[in-house]
Write a protein that binds this ligand. Sequence first.
Ligand SMILES: Cc1cc2nc3c(=O)[nH]c(=O)nc-3n(C[C@H](O)[C@H](O)[C@H](O)COP(=O)(O)OP(=O)(O)OC[C@H]3O[C@@H](n4cnc5c(N)ncnc54)[C@H](O)[C@@H]3O)c2cc1C
Length: 512
Amino acid sequence: MDTNAFSTAPPTSNPSAIRPGDSRYDSLLRGSNHRFSGSPEEIHVITTAEQAVSVVGEAARSGATVAVRGGGHGFEDFTANQGVRVLLDMSEMDHVDYDPVRDAFAVEAGSTLGHLYRALFKGWGVTVPGGECPEVGVGGHLIGGGYGPLSRRYGAVVDFLYGVEVVVVDEDRNARLVVATREPDDPHHDLWWAHTGGGGGNFGVVTRFWLRSPEAGRTGPREILPPAPRMWRSRAEIWSWDSLDEETFRRVLSNFGSWFETHSSPGSPSTGITGFLHASPRHGHGVVVGAMADDDVPQVTELLDDLFDSVRAGVAPSPMRTESVRPWLEFSAYPGWGDPGGPDTRRIKIKAAYMRRGFSDEQISTAYRYLTTDEPHESQLILIGYGGEVNAVDPPRTATAQRDSVLKAAYMSVWGVAEDDDHNIRHLREFYREVYADTGGVPGLDGPTDGSYINYPDSDLADPAWNRSGLPWHDLYYKENYPRLQAVKKRYDPGDFFHHALSIRLPQEPGA
Ligand SMILES: Cc1cc2nc3c(=O)[nH]c(=O)nc-3n(C[C@H](O)[C@H](O)[C@H](O)COP(=O)(O)OP(=O)(O)OC[C@H]3O[C@@H](n4cnc5c(N)ncnc54)[C@H](O)[C@@H]3O)c2cc1C
């Protein structure tokens, strides 16, 4: 018997289900990726944990499939497919406060990252090393092992996850609320662990997270999370495609990869800065190398100079340069910042890889060919600085197994209308398959790559037509942590009530 469980209670507020025909229904139907839209019978805007228990319990008893949406920034159809009958929208449940009992920040699961950064900063001058897009929800982001511009310095955001409050469904289809913390003697320790990178929509509905530094001895709201930067420095150097031939492109990508290979050890001063490389399709801006940091990092401009000088080594054309120093909140919580496309161009496909090393010359040639082809496409390539403090954590300690990569790669296509789906998706798929041709068309394990990132989910990894590596999709995302995730699934969702195309399978299930 769980001491902190309670029986299903009636909702305390806003109990009404929003059904088709209700004027609110269409506005609440889809998330930010307009490729996907479900047709749930009911959408519930959740405002309390008790209401979530009630809605989930009701759905479980009737056998209806439930999905939970946080910020709606998931890339696949996990919350918006035709199987979903009841959709929980958490976005109005977004309170952030310091909890003196647990000496941790309590963050309701519908908060966006931007709201979290604002609340932590305005209240206490602290922050977490989460993602860069303020509209992303903490719901999916934290559970999937989120990272961002401060991760090289402080770690992945899940390294700060102290606890979760989750609505789970037992084998008798009763919903109950469980609190799980990272305390080693917590009877629900494994449920906490599964939420440190196991991915959203797998074990239940998280209603609240608690965040606190992993370091012992820190107490009080200003001590338990990293200090937020005062000012944020960003620099970018941009080469237009006209100025880049294949050899120059090779140099830039190769230099960028080499810098991260040699400047990403935990504790190295260079982890005070991070960087990215963004290569657009031929009709776009070209190649941007960007880097950024807390402006109070010691010798920040020298560190940035070192990165940019290294990237420019042997590159003849001069890039255009921009630099800015802005107050932290203007960078971290600026509304709309980071969302690809506009409201009319939000059809998105993503594929990804963890990279222990930069690209080989052959891979760079492939990237050049795919990005600059005259064939119509919207594929772009983004390499994002990783490693540093993230790599100070042992892989089994959290569900985020990849702990020795130095970059993440995102292959993304963003377009406007359904008629363009086929050629844009095909181009991205072929581009990715060819980059990883030596490892069965996917980023293999135990070599220059280390699988992929569940927060950039790609259902193609579960499709033998696109994954010929012989490695199942779950090994690419979770590696050796997968059996433990399955054990948590069995204990907390024995009826597989929460599932989607890439959800953790029960141990005996096909494809497990
Ligand atoms: C524009 C953009 C920028 C991004 N930038 C970054 C970045 O800088 N760093 C990074 O790490 N990632 C980034 N991501 C990826 C992002 O972390 C994931 O897409 C994340 O899963 C989104 O969470 P969400 O709550 O907004 O999405 P949703 O679509 O609401 O949810 C995603 C998944 O999580 C589940 N989920 C959501 N809330 C809950 C809950 N309360 N309980 C249980 N399951 C839940 C959903 O059911 C779904 O399976 C970005 C994504 C986008 C679209």
